[in-house]
Structure formats: C-alpha cells, structure tokens
Design a binder for this molecule. Structure first.
Ligand SMILES: *Cc1c(COP(=O)(O)O)cnc(C)c1O
Ligand SMILES: [Zn+2]
Length: 387
C-alpha cells in the first residue's frame, strides 16, 4: 500500500516541503498542509471498496498519510454516528438537523482522530518523544495514543482545565505539567522544553498530521449522507483544526468527483468570552488579533490566538459560511436541551453549535429545509465538575 502523499504545502507562501521527515511550520510561520496525488487516489479507491472495509477512520487510508497498516496506531476512533434528532429538529424549525456525535471516540472527544494520525506519523518518522500544550482534551488524546504506540508524551495544560483531563493524562502515563494561565501560556512552556530536550513539538498546527486525522470527520459526514454535502456544518472552533480538516475533506472529495454541487457552508461558533475568529470575521480581517482575558466554561474554545486563523477565515468565506459567538448561559442550556430532548451527551463546545444554529435559524441564515450538521466534539462526561 503506497502513501499518496506528494508533499507538504505552505498555504501562505506556497513553498513546498518534504513530507518524509519531521516538519513543524513553514519558515514563514504558517502551518503546513498535506497534499496528495488525488488522481492516483481516484484510480486506487472506489466508494464500493471503501464501503466494504472494516469500521474506523483508517478506512480512508488513501486520503491519510500513513502508508503501512503496521504503523497505524488505533484505539477504535472514527465511524461515529450521524444522529438525526427529529423531535428536536422539528421543534427548532430545522427538521433536517443532524448531530455528528464525536463524543463517542476513544478518550471522549474528536481529539482522538487527530492524535491517532499524529502519533501514527510520529511512529513512521521515528519520533520517540513528543510535547504539546493543550486546553485539556488534546493532551489526553495524545497521551492515550502515545501510550498505545510506546511514544513518550509531555503535556502542559492550564491548572484550571477540567479535572477529567488532568486525571486521564496521568492515567495514560503522560508527563503532565500544570500552568498558571491559558493554553497560550502552556505553549510558551512547551516551546522552552522542546528545544531543551530535543522533543518533537506536536502543538496544534505546528504538526501537520492532526488536520489529516480530523479531516476524516468531513469524509464520514459526506459518506453518511450518501456522498452528499450538507447545506451547512456548524463547528465549535478553538484552534480551528477540525474546521480546516472538514474543509479539506469536502474539497478533496469534490476534486475526486465523489460529491458535486457547492461545498457545505462552514459556520464557526465561539464563546462570547473568547471569540477572536468571530471578531476577525465580523471585521472583515484575514487574520485574528490575540484575545485578552479569555474566559469560557467551554475549555476547548478557550484559545486566545489560533496559528491557523487565516485558514479558518478563508474556509468560512470561500464556502459562504459565517461566524458567531454564543454566551456561556446559552451553551449550558443547550447541553441540557441535547440531553433531555435528544439523549445526546454533549460537551459545552458541542452544545455551542446548537446555540449558534438556533440563532441563525432565527435570523433566517439557516432555512427550514437545510441539512445542518452540528459537530458535537466531545462527551459531557469530560465536564462532570462543571455540570
Ligand atoms: C479541542 C476542542 C475543540 C476545538 O477544536 P479545534 O480543532 O482546536 O478548533 C472543540 N471541542 C472540544 C470538545 C475540544 O476538545
Ligand atoms: Zn510559508
């Protein structure tokens, strides 16, 4: 089984980079994107062959960077359900509502997809120790996949991250340091230690392969809708990796000719207490300003500055999407609505997408006949101390 990866590309300065050696960001500071020989993928893979494969996100391996099955580090991630909560959908005037329930992944969040791919590639590239800052859930996912792969993981996270994250990081044997401050302060701590110890810096978007794992979210949504694009996808953005991944998925499927028509409108939601991407979108900017005094109960959205901000903003604008902030009160209420009215265990981040969809339905930006996919990025079980 060959890898169909041709190179890593810089989306800012267009420089090409070698894919078969460890890489972080482009010298221009931009994250790197993985490029594939899509003509070859289109010849090698059919929808029928795909449908016959065993479950899990590695079914899409021609569109993923790992060549050999032996290098895949899996804990059973992916193939999460695309739920159709009809009663809730009818009540809020969106009968075509779907919820991609990614809280059912290993470690309880969609971070498992990124970690499975990132750790697998670390194994391919001979990396033995990785370090990353995390708002909480990414650290846990990397800790678990690192444990499965025999790769040592160092995590720095805010001292006030949800308790589950701290406990699970230790459960999976990662070295955990707690930092006073936010993920950005954890990032400063990590940047210092990686250069000191020669560890690989696996920070969000400083590592090219997490996006590829999260891309499978978009691939699954298209496949679960019978190889159709929904009208809109509502995504709770922290660093925005998942959104960039979903965008890449639909673009690649369109180039393969597996879907037709417009790409889904990509809609980003953030919390009112930390909404740098929303503010940049509203101001018509191409990049965001760091948000000062970031605060929200949705820990995964407490990211004051995203390295891939320009990519998120591009994805929103190129697909005719939008961005909007929702309050912590609305988020908590929607955790409860998803639970009581649909039996869905939603993390506050995931619940934020329902708050956003309601607001957009009210303004008419979402129509009654739209197929709208909410991405529930995590399980409520990760937030018991909050709930
Ligand atoms: C990390 C996280 C997010 C944000 O993901 P990005 O890819 O950084 O935008 C959303 N929800 C949950 C539960 C998370 O853990
Ligand atoms: Zn560049």
């Amino acid at each position: 089984m060959p890898s169909y990866v041709t190179h890593l590309a810089c989306p800012r300065c267009d420089r090409r980079h070698e894919a078969h050696v460890p890489q972080n960001v482009c010298p221009c500071g931009s994250p790197l994107l993985v490029e594939y020989d899509l003509d070859a993928v289109g010849t090698a893979l059919t929808k029928e062959a795909l449908a016959a494969r065993p479950a899990g996100m590695w079914r899409y391996r021609e569109l993923l960077p790992v060549a050999s099955d032996a290098d895949v580090v899996t804990l059973g991630e992916g193939d999460t359900p695309l739920l159709r909560p009809s009663a809730l959908g009818f009540r809020i005037g969106l009968p075509g509502l779907r919820v991609k329930d990614d809280g059912l992944n290993p470690t309880g969040t969609f971070k498992a997809r990124g970690a499975s791919c990132g750790i697998s590639m670390a194994r391919v590239l001979g990396i033995e120790e990785v370090a990353l800052p995390s708002a909480g859930n990414a650290g846990v996912a990397w800790a678990a996949y690192g444990a499965a792969a025999g790769i040592r993981v160092h995590v720095a996270m805010p001292r006030d991250a949800p308790a589950a994250n701290r406990i699970e990081c230790e459960l999976y044997g990662a070295e955990l340091s707690l930092v006073d401050g936010l993920i950005s302060d954890a990032a400063t701590a990590i940047a210092r230690t990686v250069s000191e110890h020669g560890w690989f810096d696996a920070s969000t978007l400083k590592e090219p392969y997490r996006i590829e794992g999260k891309k499978t979210l978009g691939l699954e949504i298209a496949e679960q809708l019978g190889w159709r694009s929904p009208d809109a996808v509502v995504y709770p953005a922290g660093g925005g990796v998942g959104l960039i991944g979903i965008w890449r998925a639909f673009e690649q499927l369109a180039r393969l000719g597996w879907i037709s028509g417009p790409l889904p409108r990509l809609i980003v939601t953030q919390a009112e207490g930390c909404a740098p991407l929303v503010r940049a979108f509203e101001d018509g900017k191409e990049t965001s300003e760091p948000w000062s005094g970031a605060t929200t109960i949705a820990a995964g959205l407490r990211v004051p500055h995203a390295l891939g901000d320009f990519l998120v903003l591009r994805a929103i604008r190129e697909t005719g999407g939008t961005a909007l902030a929702v309050s912590d009160e609305a988020i908590l209420e929607m955790v409860s609505v998803l639970g009581r009215e649909a039996g869905i265990s939603a993390a506050p981040e995931g619940a934020a997408t329902l708050a956003a969809a309601l607001a957009l339905r009210e303004t008419g930006e979402l129509d009654a006949d739209d197929v709208v996919v909410l991405v529930n990025t995590g399980s409520a079980l990760k937030y018991l101390d909050l709930l």
